[in-house]
Design a protein around this ligand. Structure first.
Ligand code: SAM
Length: 283
């Protein structure tokens, strides 16, 4: 079958892979930072793409947003101050604000148009934008973190695009050093870290850079994400402090999060690494 113009396709030459969804492009605009498009797909609801790459779909975003928020929040002993870098579709912010112990969540998104389009096409992701604990700041996350007060944040969540263009600097030692300085002693950072199948070298380099920046330990967690390359995605967790992770997996507190993918079992399973990934991250 030949794919015609009724199909959105993200074809990536470097990995020799492609992913398609049938639908109709209903919006496209070039912002100062990137080209954003919205598709109305046949089976995945709305789809937002940035520079031709899938970002968020109505049908499967819960997998990513829940796993970017809850494993890290439940691994931290008392996450009160959370900063999200990127994340303009507001889905991660919504999950973060489900935690009653969070007192403030600041989202630092470089491109305001991502948020405005999310409000229009993904209103369910933006339902916590007016929560009194939420601040939506539009600006460069790299610059914002340089100016952040030392010892002021419990958790940094980096929900960014791929490491090219405006997001490139979010994957390097200098940025991690700024995050470390801004974190309190129990502080943690979690960052989307691409596919454990296609981008293992990048994941290795990220963990090395996080440790070189001074983080005492790094962990990988993984989860399905059908619209992203290979359908399998990861996040990397870096902790300022050494010592075993002691997650808070209280059944009642987890039930109150009203999640569709995340629970105590998927929390534990996400940190269980396949043999080849474990070996790659061991040295
Ligand atoms: N989950 C998606 C993925 O893994 O492909 C990414 C979600 S999307 C909301 C990521 C956001 O990061 C985009 O809206 C983009 O504008 C933003 N972004 C990229 N570089 C940034 C930077 N330097 N500072 C703040 N936001 C940035």
């Amino acid at each position: 079958m030949t794919l015609d113009q009724r199909w959105f396709t993200e074809a990536i030459e470097t990995t020799g892979t492609a992913f398609s969804l049938m639908g109709e492009k209903i919006h496209e605009e070039q912002t100062p930072y990137q080209k954003i498009a919205i598709w109305k797909t046949q089976t995945f609801g709305y789809l937002m793409t940035i520079d031709g790459c899938t970002m968020v779909s109505t049908r499967d975003n819960f997998l990513y947003h829940e796993m970017m928020a809850h494993p890290a929040l439940n691994s931290h002993p008392h996450p009160e101050t959370v900063v999200i870098i990127g994340g303009g579709d507001c889905g991660t912010l919504r999950e973060v604000l489900k935690h009653p112990e969070v007192k403030s969540a600041t989202q630092v998104e470089i491109d305001e148009r991502v948020t405005r389009l999310a409000e229009q096409y993904f209103p369910e992701l933006c339902e916590k934008n007016n929560d009194p604990r939420a601040t939506l700041f539009f600006g460069d996350g790299i610059q914002w973190m340089k100016n952040a007060a030392p010892d002021s944040i419990d958790l940094v969540i980096i929900d960014s695009t791929d490491p090219v263009g405006p997001a490139e600097g979010l994957f390097g030692k200098r940025f991690y050093t700024d995050c470390l300085r801004a974190l309190r002693p129990d502080g943690m950072l979690i960052q989307q870290s691409e596919s454990p199948l296609l981008h293992l070298e990048l994941i290795r380099a990220m963990h090395t850079a996080m440790r070189e920046a001074g983080f005492a330990q790094t962990h990988l967690l993984h989860f399905p994400q059908p619209i992203y390359p290979s359908g399998w995605w990861s996040a990397s967790l870096a902790c300022k402090k050494a010592g075993a992770l002691t997650p808070r997996l209280d059944a009642q507190a987890i039930a109150a999060l009203d999640t569709r993918y995340y629970n105590a079992d998927t929390h534990r399973a996400a940190f269980a690494l396949p043999t080849y990934v474990r070996a790659a991250l061991a040295d």
